[in-house]
Design a protein around this ligand. Structure first.
Ligand SMILES: C[S@@+](CC[C@H](N)C(=O)[O-])C[C@H]1O[C@@H](n2cnc3c(N)ncnc32)[C@H](O)[C@@H]1O
Length: 227
């Protein structure tokens, strides 16, 4: 990660506390814990607990002292001109998002699009080392950001590739941008992207294929050292 980069990690009550602890031990500064409140959660069939209807997403920055990017104004605009809260009411995944196959824990594009727009600029490189069906990548590309995904399951990489091929059709990508929830109207995302100021990143990406078929990516101006 670059020194001014931020990381988003989603989890549930079963693991989010350990993740927070580890991040703090590694010197990361936790910025928010966003609660994604699903507007249409699946029912709890055991009838022995409250229905699970939330997921937590930790947002943290690598360095205590290096400031991070936050698109405060856009988030405010999306929230009817009031400060965006750390509770996001967004629907669970819709059937149209599974057009290329099913991944058991696929996230909706609405959640990923919001966090990408909040914390990155156009053309930014976004890495998801647990890519699954690459919702992060589809959201990144639909929002004019670059993406690198890694997953150990070939089946999920195939779904990812097909999703990427699907949005290479401009008509499909325009339709998807209109279908993503969390905007005031259907055209808002498209209009925002047209007007968003472009910034050139000078990042070079080296991909190396190592033994055991693992892809290793090195972003030249990033570094692995703690701040
Ligand atoms: C929770 S899912 C990611 C879902 C994804 N964000 C989406 O919306 O489609 C986690 C993924 O990590 C992958 N995974 C787990 N351990 C891994 C490892 N050690 N290396 C690479 N991928 C791994 C799994 O195959 C799974 O697809």
């Amino acid at each position: 990660m670059k020194d001014d980069a931020t990381i988003w990690i989603s989890g549930t009550m079963h693991n989010i506390f350990s993740v927070g602890q580890i991040l703090t031990e590694l010197g990361f500064k936790i910025l928010n814990i966003v609660t994604w409140e699903k507007t249409n959660p699946p029912p709890n069939f055991s009838c022995r607990y409250f229905t699970y209807s939330t997921e937590q997403i930790i947002w943290a920055r690598k360095c205590e002292k290096v400031s991070h990017y936050f698109n405060y104004e856009l988030m405010k605009q999306l929230n009817g001109d009031k400060q965006m809260k750390d509770v996001w009411k967004l629907p669970a995944i819709a059937p149209w998002e599974k057009s290329c196959g099913k991944h058991p824990t696929q996230k909706p594009l609405s959640v990923l699009t919001r966090l990408i727009l909040a914390s990155t600029k156009p053309n930014a490189w976004i890495l998801d080392p647990f890519a699954g069906s690459s919702t992060t990548g589809i959201a990144a590309n639909l929002a004019n950001r670059r993406y690198l995904g890694i997953d150990q399951e070939e089946e999920f990489l195939t779904i990812s590739k097909n999703r990427k091929l699907e949005i290479e059709n401009p008509k499909t990508s325009a339709t998807y941008r209109q279908k993503i929830s969390g905007f005031n109207d259907k055209k808002e995302l498209e209009l925002f992207l047209v007007e968003e100021p472009k910034e050139e990143y000078k990042t070079e990406l080296n991909l190396t294929k190592k033994k055991g078929d693992r892809l290793t990516a090195v972003l030249q101006n990033g570094n692995n050292k703690p701040c």
